[in-house]
Design a protein around this ligand. Sequence first.
Ligand code: PLP
Ligand code: LYS
Length: 419
Amino acid sequence: MSEFEFRHGVMHAESISVPDLAARFGTPCYVYSRAAIARNWKAFQDHLPAPHKACYAVKANSNLAVLQVLAELGAGFDVVSGGEIARVLKAGGRAQDIVFSGVGKSEHEIRYALEHDIGQFNVESDAELDRISAIAVAMDTTARVSFRVNPDVDAKTHPYIATGLEANKFGIPMQDALDTFKRAATLPGLEIVGADCHIGSQLTETQPFLDALDRMLALVDALEAIGITLKHLDMGGGLGVTYQSEQPPAVGDYIQALLARMASHPHLALYLEPGRAIVANAGILVTQVEYLKASRTKHFVMVDAGMNDLLRPSLYQAFHDIVNVCESSAPEITGDVVGPVCETGDFLGQQRTLRVAAGDLLAVKSAGAYGFVMSSNYNTRPRPPEVMVDGNEAYLIRARETLEDVWRGETLIPAQTEK
Ligand SMILES: Cc1ncc(COP(=O)(O)O)c(C=O)c1O
Ligand SMILES: N[C@@H](CCCC[NH3+])C(=O)O
């Protein structure tokens, strides 16, 4: 089922036609479906009854209204900065339901997290552990900690988004994990509550998750043998979605496979940190065709969205399906869909076959995850608005930036002539 469907030859977002949204909010524009976010979330929630828990990975899409929708559904949150903690709290999420991941937590961020008594820190190094312990003692409080262990498992995904190999910067090497836990048990200001890992993003097979889980369960057993009992095991995020022809496992099958493996450890709760699986297919980027252009060897469809708006195609050669939002009788062409940014790598799609004319509206699909959050002002392009559709209502949940927004904080220096 999709909330972005063609009816009478026109693409709709839930009950509203995409051309109507473009007329109201302009292009380029991100459009999200509340129903799709909720449905994707419930798929996780339904298979993770308490004490198991899903924590939405805020980095995938951190718009306040998106977080609000999830907070209202009782979500937990996985954050990677003090800024993301602040967003979750502002959107109505509960501090106790926050897990704080990330390799470079600053003193300021740790203090802020402790002031709000967040659920737990996912600690990524011995040095970070010492820092958290010292700050907790100074604040006369206790930090609940889990250790992110690097299980050295090949996630079989794009190298830029694989995180669970020894060569990656993330987590504590598996062979050092026992010593780190032992040391943590001797430090003041800490309560050890769990262990975690995250092996990569956009995984389309269950097996790497199971391989990682087996290694983590072996660690849990080794810890129990020395008297350290964990309450939960956080297996991170990473479940992939269909952008083109990928066939990731269904959410229920993936979770059941993990829980079946954990049946031997009934006291252990499973935590997951899905990001992409919640929001990717719940969003599109709407863009208008400015010009058609052809060289002797190639067609170009020049649109008003660029790599500054959606970086994934340029950065990872990621595929996003692109469709004309209205059925068109224009001649079919095969060419690259490119943006206005002065970079050869500024494309949204390559060698796409479309019926398209100047002025048409296109939808770049599956753009709800790692879309707006990775946008920038490169080429002094104001970032696009974000819109949430809910049935037949559409809410502007982030206004299009103005030029004043783009250069806020910049100042001129005294003119040469005034010196
Ligand atoms: C620690 C951690 N948790 C969760 C996620 C979310 O991953 P995904 O969006 O692939 O579910 C990430 C990003 O890869 C991450 O680094
Ligand atoms: N930004 C990446 C995912 C990174 C996940 C962060 N650990 C993407 O668009 O696919």
